[in-house]
Design a protein around this ligand. Sequence first.
Ligand SMILES: NC(=O)c1ccc[n+]([C@@H]2O[C@H](COP(=O)([O-])OP(=O)(O)OC[C@H]3O[C@@H](n4cnc5c(N)ncnc54)[C@H](OP(=O)(O)O)[C@@H]3O)[C@@H](O)[C@H]2O)c1
Length: 448
Amino acid sequence: MEETPPPYDMIILGASGFTGKYVLKEALKFLRSSSSPSSSSPLKSIAIAGRNPAKLAQSLSWATHPNPPPQIPILTSDTSDFSSLLYVTSLTRLVLNCVGPFRLHGDPVVRACVQNGTDYLDICGEPEFMEKMEVEYHDQAIDKGCLVVSACGFDSVPAELGFMFNSRQFDIPNSVEAYLSLESDKKIVGNFATYESAVLGVANANVLRQLRKSRPKRPRPQIPGPPPPKGPTIEQKKELGLWAVRLPSADSAVVRRTLSILSANPSGLPGVNESADHIKKREAFWSTVKPAHFGVKIGTKSFLGILRLIAVGLFIGLLGNFSFGRWLLLKFPSFFTLGWFRKKGPTEDEVSSASFKMWFVGHGFSDSSTASLGNKKPDTQIVTRVTGPEIGYITTPIILVQCALITLSQRVDLPKGGVYPPGIVFGPTDLQERLQQNGISFDLISKA
Ligand SMILES: NC(=O)c1ccc[n+]([C@@H]2O[C@H](COP(=O)([O-])OP(=O)(O)OC[C@H]3O[C@@H](n4cnc5c(N)ncnc54)[C@H](OP(=O)(O)O)[C@@H]3O)[C@@H](O)[C@H]2O)c1
């Protein structure tokens, strides 16, 4: 007998949050309604969930303003009440989790999804959470046939797809360095929860180190040529007009996970019920993605800007290590980040005026004989770029919603189940084209 499908295609958990309400607004653009029944969107029904129904209703009004809110079911679920999570996650094919910091709230949501065999995507940027979920739930998720994919937001899809886009331009890449530049006519501001996640990440850096040590070594991709030199702490990248320092974001760890899975599965991960055509497409795609060393830097146009970034990094790095320091950091976010993070988050104006550019500077070899000469330096440089609107509340919802639409419409082509980074799951799909259509561009800038 056929199982009855759950009532909702998708549930957004945490839709009352700063990011959650923008995710809801983005998702509603793709909801097939009685007024657009012929739309090709796979999203026919949606519900929102969280711990405070009144706040969820406010989000819904905000997301559809000035139009009246549509009839969207509002479900109550608190991450500290596992039975409420089990119930809500049983009502849908796919959960989009916007409740963070994920280290505090994410585990029971993943557990509930895995128990119910419900697909799960989130916007986490915390490597420790992602890697813990892999350890705890990967095998169960395979058994239950559900996907658990974190980092389906600005962390870390532009890095994953941007890396692949750059590496695919080469015959033999050696390294790709990403340079992130945030731009705005107004102030660049992030909401408190992202800052809190970063502070807690610093406080628990040791836990992540221990977790990695306790696990069997991941397969390492074979990269031709020597690793790139370390370079100075502050780099002046004249061709991009930027001063840059290393950004300790989740991106490099996420890209490394994808490359490591790829080196164990050179044709990528088979879809649960994919067609012969899709098998060909997937194998062709992965045959063009080559591993390379990868790192991410953040850049600013002025030297003073880079000193400000270093000052904030030092505050968080030093004070984040002990409890009174953390209390200070979390009590006065605006002071310790020089205004970059606020308890109330950015204004709508600040969100709509911001944008990002992420440059990928790849180095590689023009032919395999040079590459095989042990320590010969790369002789080719290819620069590509990913650009888009504000990172946290515009780009992140666009990415999450497109990943969701792919999950709903192309499920047969995606792996049966497991806990994965986004690149290995969505790399061979049409995610890049979809992002392009929604304002996130991938461009080849130069080859030298
Ligand atoms: N990947 C990226 O690039 C990216 C971009 C943006 C944000 N993020 C991440 O997304 C997360 C959320 O950020 P945000 O700025 O939206 O935070 P936020 O405004 O504080 O929203 C948090 C959401 O979680 C809900 N929540 C908190 N505790 C809960 C509980 N016990 N049970 C159920 N729901 C609970 C909140 O509900 P109430 O409304 O009832 O308080 C709210 O809906 C953070 O971890 C942030 O780092 C990532």
